[in-house]
Design a protein. Structure first.
Length: 113
């Protein structure tokens, strides 16, 4: 059974940083392509970052240079390092497989002063 559990969300001030974690089980994680998506209130869900099985990364334009996605094969964890956070980054962030078959339940990120 595949399970994805996000953690690390919270309330931070603009300009701050957060690191989201996604603990996975039931996947051949080392060979899995993974992604982080987010959904803000009243908006469609958007793919924020993607990492392929060979470690190549892609980001949506609005987070390039501020966010970094990474995988820890030893711990079967996916990370999203978020820096220079802006109020418009406020959303629920979801960890998922790149083929969108498996999703976590999400973690709330709120950027506000």
């Amino acid at each position: 059974q595949v399970r994805l559990v996000e953690s690390g969300g919270g309330l931070v001030q603009p300009g701050g940083s957060l690191r989201l974690s996604c603990t996975t089980s039931g996947l051949t994680f080392k060979y899995a392509s993974m992604g982080w998506s987010r959904q803000a209130p009243g908006k469609q869900r958007e793919l924020v970052a993607h990492i392929s099985s060979d470690g190549r990364t892609n980001y949506t334009d609005s987070v390039k240079g501020r966010f970094a996605i990474s995988k820890d094969w030893a711990w079967n964890r996916l990370y999203l390092e978020m820096n220079s956070l802006k109020p418009e980054d406020t959303a629920i962030y979801y960890c998922h497989t790149a083929n969108s078959r498996y999703w976590g339940r999400g973690t709330q990120v709120t950027i506000s002063s």
